[in-house]
Design a protein around this ligand. Structure first.
Ligand code: NAD
Length: 338
């Protein structure tokens, strides 16, 4: 029998998660929630997804717009084995009591505190920590990006210290708020929360981060310096990453010099929505001096966490014990297998 998944919050992450689940053979969607009768609500219905509303009183506006509503979040939680909470940062916490009461499992996103679930998730680094868990939290897009490239480096070379500067997209392409229009805005609370967030999964990692928000919507760019425990070469570092799923190389020599061209490549590859779920590393932007490694990576914030959410469902629902088997199954289903 397939695992029954409900999605609370059919927005940027929620609709991509729904698309990914529809491509799996061991899980299915039993419903998604929407608060307003937006075009996304109409699209969900058109795709055959049962539409739920957070609270009973939210149904009225949908009825006026003649959009069929199947029930409330409480009813969805009773039907589902697991809820993927994709509501805005901080809102997930307000629904925890309902999940507690209905007995359903739930996955929260990076906008919630680690303490809400008590365990945070990355497919490669700690798949087993969410095994059979009632709650887990898939870390943010930036944290996922940092762990994808740093964890294999730590395994192979050992890491003494990491310093990362995050050049963040101001807002998602569909957003109307939040972005500096003609400014670069430093995060003044230092070091930023990104390092401690990585440590919710790799507690031993000596990592320090700073961040600026920029007037772009496409991707985050990370500028990373790593002091390794032993000397290596650029070729050896690239070979480590080459053998890891969900890391993709691009090259300035081939004309990919910015986030804009990476997004163009995603569209040229016919990736759904023009998404790039892999972390993109510039192969000709990697430099090693003795034990110090410098590199740049790009993170497609709207989609990189989606394959991790699928693996997290498999771990929490005890569907696949071997993380690599889950990762490969997910990647094959999403067309991102290496
Ligand atoms: P979003 O604003 O695009 O979507 C949120 C959805 O939740 C919308 O459909 C909205 O209608 C719904 N919603 C709002 N208030 C609600 C409520 N009280 N109850 C139920 N539903 C409600 O948000 P998003 O960008 O998809 O972010 C969701 C989570 O994923 C956040 O924790 C965020 O930090 C995290 N995240 C976002 C990104 C990103 O770049 N967008 C990347 C990784 C993780």
């Amino acid at each position: 029998m397939k695992v029954r998944v409900g999605i609370n919050g059919y927005g940027t992450i929620g609709k991509r998660t729904a698309f990914a689940i529809m491509n799996q053979d061991d899980m299915e969607i039993v419903g998604v929630t929407k608060r307003r009768p937006s075009y996304e609500a109409r699209l969900a219905v058109k795709q055959g997804l049962p539409l739920y509303v957070p609270n009973a009183e939210d149904a009225e506006v949908f009825e006026k717009e003649e959009i069929p509503v199947t029930g409330t979040l409480k009813e969805l939680a009773e039907k589902a084995d697991i809820i993927v909470d994709c509501t805005p940062g901080g809102v997930g916490a307000t629904w925890k009591e309902l999940y507690d009461q209905s007995g359903v499992k739930a996955i929260f996103q990076g906008g919630e505190d680690h303490s809400l679930a008590g365990v945070s998730f990355n497919s490669f680094a700690n798949y087993h920590e969410s095994w059979g868990a009632r709650y887990s939290r898939v870390v943010s897009c930036n944290t996922t990006g940092l762990i994808r490239t740093l964890y294999p480096l730590d395994r192979v070379f050992g890491i003494e210290r990491v310093f990362a500067s995050l050049v963040r997209r101001g807002a998602d392409p569909g957003d109307r708020k939040g972005a500096p229009l003609n400014a670069v805005e430093p995060s003044l609370k230092l070091p930023t929360h990104h390092g401690p967030d990585v440590q919710t999964i790799l507690p031993w990692l000596n990592i320090h981060t700073m961040a600026v928000k920029t007037p772009t919507t496409m991707m985050h760019i990370h500028c990373i310096t790593v002091d390794l425990k032993r000397k290596t070469t650029e070729a050896d570092v690239l070979s480590v990453w080459d053998n890891v799923p969900r890391i993709k190389f691009v090259s300035g020599k081939h004309g990919i010099k910015s986030s804009a061209q990476i997004m163009e490549l995603a569209r040229d590859l016919n990736r759904p929505r023009g998404d790039f779920m892999e972390i993109i590393v510039w192969s000709d932007g990697v430099k090693v001096e003795e034990k110090t490694l410098y590199y740049y990576q790009a993170v497609h914030q709207e989609s990189d966490v989606v394959p991790e959410i699928i693996d997290c469902i498999r771990s929490m629902m005890k569907l696949e014990e071997d993380p690599i088997k889950s990762i490969r199954k997910t990647d094959r289903s999403l067309g991102i297998e290496k």
